[in-house]
Design a protein around this ligand. Structure first.
Ligand SMILES: CC(C)(COP(=O)(O)OP(=O)(O)OC[C@H]1O[C@@H](n2cnc3c(N)ncnc32)[C@H](O)[C@@H]1OP(=O)(O)O)[C@@H](O)C(=O)NCCC(=O)NCCS
Length: 192
């Protein structure tokens, strides 16, 4: 379990699958996710089983405290972890929409980046997002991610092509260890 300010990241469990289905089949959430077809339970169960045996991926549940109960609001992960080149691809979805825009995404990413840079020893984390996903871009930029490229018209949906923005962050640019605000809030990988 990794702890941050007002949230924690835990391993995903088989019992979480119905929530994944609800989130990824919700059009408001799906519009921001690079996926085409509706998701079936069978497909998601297969994906989960395959995930268990993958060494190049870590996917964690984001939980926040709601009236003293840890509540699962989304998932965050590192994909294509490459320990030779020390890179990975970050993905995040807060599926519970009423938790958008409250700083949880930023904090969850910060906690995962601490693990990526200071435990896994990665040197670079990249991600892709739709150009129209201004909330996500703001969130990533606040953590130091830089726009490093555009995959022009790379995704076709609803009769339109969409640009995908490539962003990355190097270990030396991550202010995790010197983030005084975070220290003051005693945000750590273990409970304060
Ligand atoms: C993208 C996501 C992870 C961001 O997490 P979050 O907790 O909502 O974001 P945060 O609150 O940490 O930061 C969002 C920033 O965007 C701003 N923002 C909020 N709503 C916004 C909107 N509709 N448009 C533009 N900016 C917005 C916030 O003010 C904040 O910036 P600020 O701190 O400078 O004021 C989350 O919204 C999400 O999962 N969305 C749906 C799926 C998705 O887009 N996943 C990412 C795919 S690449």
């Amino acid at each position: 379990m990794f702890y941050g300010k007002d949230l924690r990241l835990r391993a995903i469990e088989r019992e979480d699958i119905p929530r994944f289905l609800r989130w990824f089949n919700d059009p408001e959430v799906r519009q921001f996710v690079v996926m085409h077809e509706p998701l079936s339970r069978a497909k998601e169960e297969k994906w989960f089983e395959e995930h268990l045996s993958r060494a190049d991926e870590i996917i964690l549940a984001i939980e926040v405290l709601v009236e003293d109960e840890w509540t699962h609001i989304g998932n965050i992960g590192l994909h294509r972890i490459d320990l030779k080149n020390r890179t990975a691809v970050l993905g995040i979805v807060i599926g519970e929409k009423n938790f958008w825009g409250q700083g949880y995404g930023r904090e969850a990413i910060r906690v995962l980046l601490r693990y990526a840079f200071f435990e896994l020893g990665l040197n670079r984390v990249e991600l892709e997002t739709f150009e129209f996903n201004t909330r996500a871009i703001r969130c990533y930029e606040a953590l130091g991610f830089k726009k490093v490229g555009v995959r022009r018209r790379a995704f076709f949906r609803d009769g339109k092509f969409h640009n995908l923005i490539l962003m990355d962050l190097l270990a030396e640019e991550f202010d995790g260890p010197t983030d005084h605000k975070a220290r003051k809030n005693s945000s750590t990988l273990t409970p304060a």
